[in-house]
Structure formats: structure tokens, C-alpha cells
Design a protein around this ligand. Sequence first.
Ligand SMILES: Cc1ncc(C[n+]2csc(CCOP(=O)(O)OP(=O)(O)O)c2C)c(N)n1
Ligand SMILES: [Mg+2]
Length: 567
Amino acid sequence: MSTLTDSARPARLGGHLLVDQLMVHGAEHVFCVPGESYLAVLDGLHDANIKVTVCRQEGGAAMMVDAYGKLHGKPGICMVTRGPGASNALAGIHIASQDSTPLILFVGQIERGMREREAFQEMDYRAVFGTQVKWATEIDDVDRIPEIVSRAFHVATSGRPGPVVIALPEDMLVETSTAADAAPYQVIDSAPAAGQMDDIAARLAQAERPIAILGGTRWDAQAVRRFAAFAERHQLPVTVQFRRQMLFPTDHPCFVGDVGIGSNPQLIDAIKAADLVLLVGGRMSEIASQSYTLFPIPGPRAGQSLVHVHPDAGELNRVYQANVAVNTSPTAFAQALESLQPASAPAREGRLQTLRASYLKWCDPLQITHPGALQMGQVMHYLGKHLPRDAILCNGAGNFATWLHRFYPFTEYGTQLAPTSGSMGYGLPAAVGAKRMHPEKTVVCLAGDGCFMMHGQEFATAVQYNLPILVVIVDNGMYGTIRMHQENHYPARLSATTLENPDFAAYARAFGGHGERVEKTEEFAPAFERALASGKPAILHCLIDPEAITPTTTLSRLREQAQARQQ
Ligand SMILES: Cc1ncc(C[n+]2csc(CCOP(=O)(O)OP(=O)(O)O)c2C)c(N)n1
Ligand SMILES: [Mg+2]
């Protein structure tokens, strides 16, 4: 840290001082849409050793930054302009909030002296973002930039990670300051309380039907490896929560499936029947808890004990009362598990093998056939066999994503970018962000026709930065998920769910990318290989029969069943 007195230190423009703080804290990338409200910051970025990605819409920029946080565990940096820019960015902020992703959003703000007059694009960021972020603030004093940016990095990463919003009044950014840089931020960690690991060891030794459920953030590749070794030592079946499939390798003998939407019923039964549930890192949110039916509230069941490990004390005992509530991060907990050795070899192999066999049957894509010439089971089989283990798979929301979640064999940490918040439009920006960070990796986005169009403009960003991502659009000509619910509840009464789509292959080519149309199963593999070989951002426009609404049922069948129920 500098030992110069304030008066001896060179004065820096507010916008430059802010960029210097980003460098101090190790920021490598900024994703932004520019605005006249924060020109001084943009000027600071001109000479900084930070990669800047200029995006086409702030929602996409914020989603790219969420992808950064998911992959690296460090706060991604997003910059947007006031009112309209900040409003667009909220789409990505909500994802980071529900997904526990560290993120810092800087927003240009009107001059301090004009506040409260409803000046041009004025917005009260504390009020608008207040319920969505861990901290929303405004920097009024140029000298406080180092203090507030440092606090933002600490708030975004500590406890349960999440987003922080900082508004930057335009006139503050052009003042000068001799303030010193802050010290680099440190991730605040904790450890299991005294006796808790012994308590867990004792429960595990007695358990006949234990199961582990992994979720949340604050994991890394080493923590995943440590947990896998622990599971192996203890013959412990392991599941992962919705869209947290990179937390445990699907090819590990202890992996028994994911708890999400349309999960394996045998797995759900096994969790309900477990005598010890080890929930590590995750929240029991609506989808993870199967709409709060997995356990009774406040729980647990008679004869069942719950160990809940979470980095935020406020999350422990929030809905479900734990027998052991451990307030620590998954990484620290995984380290503590190293000392947990079973006294004797646990005799739980039989149950583990049954659950594993059930999973292997459940996730075989070749068992599925559905109407139409393009078979999604075969497509998933191809992707599972041909993509490298470290390929990054991205998706937003829609029934198309079921194919990926159920049938794609995730094996490494840092390979899944998907919103637990269920936000459509996430897949493409996440893929652009991931490829920008990791040009050496294969990055694939699976999108529905509806999902793609929510942030389809970011394909231009992929072209601009020469990012050869591969986008597979599963086009069924509708908002299929909602149509599915419509047929279930209001059969044969279509309302606002049909889509008239463009030629997505031509769209890709118009942007300067590679585009192909795929209508039959046998066309997929050669088209995929040509797309990869093109070296350009690519779209495969895959036409799927609208009848194939899920891997296991058709639209007509749903309609008939609903009509039969109504009679
Ligand atoms: C931003 C956003 N808007 C609306 C929804 C509600 N919604 C969930 S899935 C879905 C339809 C998705 O359509 P598509 O991407 O074509 O996938 P499909 O279900 O047809 O496979 C909608 C509208 C949402 N989850 N997120
Ligand atoms: Mg669709």
C-alpha cells in the first residue's frame, strides 16, 4: 500500500481512480453498454489492462458477467448507463441474485445537484435495486471511491454471494482525488464450529440410507474432487440441485442424478426415504425442494436427520430445521471432510448400486424416441460423445433445456452455465461471455426459439470479438413450456404461445457467422462438424416436431389427458 500522504500523491480523475480500483481487486474483464453518464470511466478503461466487451443490450451484458462469476467465483464487472440501461440490466441482476453469483454493476448517474427533479433518465437505484441486490449505493464523494469499491467486492463475495449496484454521479466522476488505492479484497471464509464434524461423522457412521445433495456457489474444482473422494470413502450416493450439474461428475460411481424439473421419481423417493440428508451449499428453494414436498416443513421427518451446510447463516433453518446447521462455504466444508474417515468400510454398496443403475437407465438418451425426423435423444447422444469434457454448455429456460439437464454427461467443474432463476435468454450471452473468457474451450449454447430471441442480438457481439460459439436452436415454433401448461389446464385453447420464426441460419449468416438448417437426425452431426470447422460463431437451426413437447409425452397426449379429466 502507498505510504504517500494525500497531498504528495498525484491527483486522479474519479473515473480513472475507479478503474484503478478494479485493477487492484484483480478484475480482468468489463462487459458494458456505454453511456454519456460515465465517460470518465470509459476513458480510464482506455489505458487499463482490462478486457472490455461492448455488448448490444444491458441485460445480455449483465448475463455475461453472471457467467463470469459462475465460472470464476470472483465478481464480474458490468457497466451501464442510467435509467434505461439500468432497467435493462435488471434481467441479469435478478439471475445473479437467485443464483448466488458475485457481480458488481456500475451505473452512470445524473449530476448530484439535479437529483430529485426527475432529471433526464433519473432513477433511485437504492429503491429500484434495493430488494434484488446485497447492497445498492451511490458514491457521492470522489475520495470514497476506493473505500466503496473495496466494500462492494467484499459484499459480493462473502457469505452467500450476490450482486452489488453502485451508482456513479456524472459530476463526481470528473472531480479529482488524491485518495490512496485500497488493498486487494480478501474472500471472507469460515469453518465448521467445534464438534460439528464429529457430530456429522457419528450420524454418517449410523446411517443406513444417507444421501448428499449439492448446490449453491462457493465451490471450486478442488472442493468437487474432495467431495467425490469423501463420497467414495463413505459409499454415499450424491445428487445435485437444479442446474448445478457441474458440482459432481456424472461418470462417478456415487452420482445418482439431479433434483430439478422432471427428475427421476426413484431418486425423489430415495431422498424422501433417506435417514441422513447432507445438503451442501444449496438452498431448499422451490424447484430444489420439489415445490416444498421433498421434506415436511419445518422438518425433518421422523427418523431422518438433516445436515445443512451453507455460507449464509440467514439461510440455515430458514424453511427446514437442520439437526446440524453448519455455517461455512462448500470449499471450506470439503476441506474439513478430508479428516472424516469411516472407522470401518460402510456396508451401503447395495443401495448405492441400485440408485446408480436407476440413474444410468434414466439418463440414456437413446431410449427416447418422439415424433418427427429430428430426434433429440440422438442429438444429445452425439453431443455427449463428441464434446470435450471441459466444453461449456449454456442454456436459458424452456422445455428444450430438459434434454440437456437429463441427458448431457457433465463431468467437470466450470462446464455449466444455466440460470436456476429460470430466466429465458440467458444461454446466448452466457456463451458469449464464456468464450470471451476461455477462447480455448468449446462453448455450446442450447436455446429454444423463444429463448434465443430474448437476447439474440448478442450474436453480433460473438461476431465482433471473433468468438466461435456454437448455438443449437431447438425450434418448435412456440413458447413450448407455456403451451404445455396451457394444454394441461386449458386444453385446445391456444392463447399467446405460437411463434412465427425467422430463418435462423440466414440470421447467423447476415451477422457474419455460419448458419445451417437441420431437419433430420442424420443431418445434425455433419452440420455440427462443419459449424465447428468454420471457425465462426455458428447457429444450427434445428426443426423439432412441435408434438415432441417433452422427452416423454406429446402435445396431443397432454391435450387428451386434460380433456378426459374435464369430462
Ligand atoms: C424472461 C422470461 N420470460 C418468460 C418466461 C416464462 N417462460 C418459461 S419457458 C417459456 C417458453 C420457452 O420457449 P422456448 O425457448 O421456445 O422453449 P420451448 O419451451 O419451446 O422448448 C416462457 C415464455 C421466463 N421463464 N423467462
Ligand atoms: Mg420453443
